[in-house]
Design a protein around this ligand. Structure first.
Ligand SMILES: Nc1ncnc2c1ncn2[C@@H]1O[C@H](COP(=O)(O)OP(=O)(O)OP(=O)(O)O)[C@@H](O)[C@H]1O
Length: 293
């Protein structure tokens, strides 16, 4: 397991990270979300050892993460970092060698990945001649070429169209073995909701929510839908709930006093027929908005 424990980072007077702790569990995709400037890239850079922490540490399998172990991590940095004028195949072999693969193995892994990405025919072309989407695929191949023991991906899907995202996700699922912890940052909440098992929400340098996506959605403010055959406007006068929307007999409301929804149901039944009543599924964007408020 990969863990960050009490990470704090100052840039002059600015506290970019304030006692950040979370785990990235093997075999589960962990999404890392937060507004611009929340501290995601700073955290990822510290995990990869590109940047030092003011306090706290990164842990691997229960002990401090060493530089030698980091060598086996895969990283896709926000600023990318491939060489535009270098041939694609040479570049991937180079990254494989940098992570300790022998030349034969680096070549084999490169060819397999290029084949898998349908880029084998372009292997002798310079990176800059590829479309941006294809350059991003090569970038992810560079993070995967040495069969990393952990993966840290900074905005790996930004700028990709939905088909390219799916292709990238398929590649990750195929190439990443179950014992590998995967942390990726993203601004695309719908994508994070679809892909992630776990979620860490950062706001102004602090972790404001962390855990399985399903539990985070469940613990957020309970929102209920009520549909009756008459007018549901009376809901506005019920204490302990906050009405979000009423249109004729259809209403959406948040329960602010736990248990009030039962009272609402009884009241609705005493007034006429209840067509629909139950919790509304909470979208991740609502969890995010609530956590970072
Ligand atoms: N080298 C640096 N020197 C000074 N301040 C920095 C440096 N790197 C980051 N910061 C500041 O630290 C804060 C966190 O930045 P960071 O890039 O980690 O956020 P982020 O969550 O990755 O944002 P984004 O989603 O926009 O990439 C910001 O206020 C940023 O301006």
């Amino acid at each position: 397991m990969l863990s960050v424990a009490g990470l704090t980072r100052r840039f002059g007077d600015h506290l970019a990270l304030d006692d950040v702790s979370f785990d990235v569990v093997p075999g589960r995709m962990t999404g890392f979300v937060g507004a611009n400037g929340a501290g995601k890239t700073t955290t990822m850079r510290i995990i990869l050892g590109v940047l030092g922490a003011t306090a706290g540490e990164v842990r691997w399998q229960g002990g401090p993460l060493t530089q030698q172990v980091r060598q086996d991590f895969g990283y896709m940095p926000e600023e990318r970092g491939l060489y535009p004028k270098m041939k694609i195949r040479d570049q991937l072999v180079f990254f494989g060698r940098l992570h300790g693969l022998d030349p034969v193995r680096a070549g084999e892994r490169t060819d397999k990945l290029l084949e898998r990405l349908s880029l084998a025919e372009r292997s002798g072309d310079m990176l800059e001649t590829l479309s941006l989407g294809n350059q991003q695929r090569v970038q992810i191949a560079a993070a995967l070429v040495h069969e990393p023991i952990a993966l840290v991906l900074d905005e790996p899907f930004s700028g990709l169209d939905p088909l390219a995202v799916d292709a990238m996700v398929d590649l990750l699922r195929e190439e990443v073995s179950p014992e590998v912890p995967v942390l990726f940052s993203s601004h695309q909440l719908d994508l994070v909701e679809r892909l992630c098992d776990d979620l860490v929400v950062l706001s102004r340098g602090k972790v404001v929510a962390a855990g399985p996506v399903s539990e985070l959605a469940a613990t957020s403010t309970a929102t209920y839908r009520l549909v009756v055959d008459g007018d549901a406007g009376w809901l506005r006068d019920v204490p302990g709930i906050q009405v979000r929307d009423v249109a004729g007999g259809s209403a959406l409301f948040d329960v602010t006093d736990a248990g009030r929804e039962q009272q609402v149901l009884q009241e609705a039944m005493s007034r006429g027929s209840v067509i629909e009543f139950g919790p509304e599924r909470v979208a991740l964007s609502d969890v995010f908005r609530e956590a970072t408020r």
